[in-house]
Design a protein around this ligand. Structure first.
Ligand code: RIB
Ligand code: CA
Length: 308
């Protein structure tokens, strides 16, 4: 079985953590690096959290490379305390053994692309990818595939119009979606179908493993946030959808579309306009539409249970 060479571009982030642990538990994926970006929290924290997750997964072979500390043209407006002040649910962590490499995330991405087919899973703001495009013109055509968690066909989550990853850096997102690379997008209207409930958190705690205990613990404040905003404790597994797409593509119904990003609207800045009209049915940009949550949850439980 040919393994997929993969870099996860991330702003951990509690749902990023689940996505990363899912990827690292899956032999189908050859996770070469985590490249960090400012988003949920500042890049100092997202980089520290990436190191923590590498330790937790027992995967010192995976490189951590720090990326952009701010969006392309505005100051960082992070996700506040949605993911905890430290970005990982504010639980106790020992100082991680995993180090960050000296290479900037964008230069690491360019080098790995030059060395062979590379898939990028982008589960934070798209600042690093946009900088990759401008620092290495034409590189998009040498990337095997980009799977992005972001955007929304209808309602946003930061504003009525905009989803966080796009809203955080709309100029970067506009540049990425205009690029000539094959993109698969997992927008909110898909990710909201993928949730874990309290039974699933109890299952994770019951595994008796450090991964099970810590995933349940970091998701606890996220469940409380969901109760405040959505009226239930079902935690939405936004970022895991990008990894699930790589592992079980047949499990997510998709369709062709054209994706544009609003960068100037007074009330709509960061909105994605996802054009699914028939003319785009064969577009190389695919958008996730539907999945079966019990199937996803069973898949995730089995993969996370692989940690010992
Ligand atoms: O809107 C959900 C996205 O914003 C996820 O990537 C989550 O981690 C936050 O960054
Ligand atoms: Ca994220």
């Amino acid at each position: 079985m040919a393994r997929t060479r993969l870099v996860i571009d991330t702003d951990p982030g509690v749902d990023d953590a689940v996505a990363i642990l899912l990827a690292l538990a899956s032999d189908e994926l050859d996770v070469l690096a985590l490249t960090t970006v400012a988003g949920n929290v500042a890049v100092d924290k997202t980089t520290l959290n990436a190191r923590r997750l590498i330790d937790l997964a027992g995967r010192p072979d995976v490189v951590v490379a720090r990326g952009c500390a701010a969006p392309l043209v505005t100051a960082l407006d992070d996700a506040g305390d949605v993911h905890g002040l430290d970005g990982l649910g504010d639980i106790e962590w020992s100082e991680p053994v995993a180090r960050e490499c000296a290479e900037h995330a964008v230069d690491l991405l360019a080098r790995l692309i030059a060395e062979g087919p590379l898939t990028i899973a982008a589960i934070g703001p798209l600042t690093n990818l946009a900088l990759l495009q401008s620092r290495y013109p034409g590189i998009e055509s040498r990337v095997e595939r980009v799977v992005i968690m972001g955007g929304a066909s209808f309602a946003g989550n930061v504003t009525a119009a905009a989803e966080f990853n796009i809203w955080c850096d709309p100029e970067a997102a506009a540049r990425v979606f205009a690029g000539p690379w094959p993109i698969t997008l997992m927008p909110l209207d898909l990710t909201h179908q993928a949730t874990l409930n309290d039974d699933d958190l109890a299952y994770l705690r019951g595994l008796g493993t450090e991964v099970g205990r810590r995933v349940a613990a970091i998701l606890e404040p996220y469940a409380a946030y969901h109760e405040r905003w959505h009226g239930n404790r079902d935690v939405i597994m936004h970022d895991a959808m990008a990894i699930y797409e790589l592992l079980a593509p047949e499990a997510i119904a998709k369709q062709g579309a054209q994706v544009s990003v609003e960068t100037a609207g007074q009330h709509t800045r960061g909105a994605t306009v996802i054009d699914r009209r028939r003319g785009y049915a064969s577009s190389s940009t695919r958008v996730g539409v539907a999945l079966d949550n019990p199937t996803f949850v069973a898949f995730l439980r089995e993969r996370l249970a692989r940690y010992r």
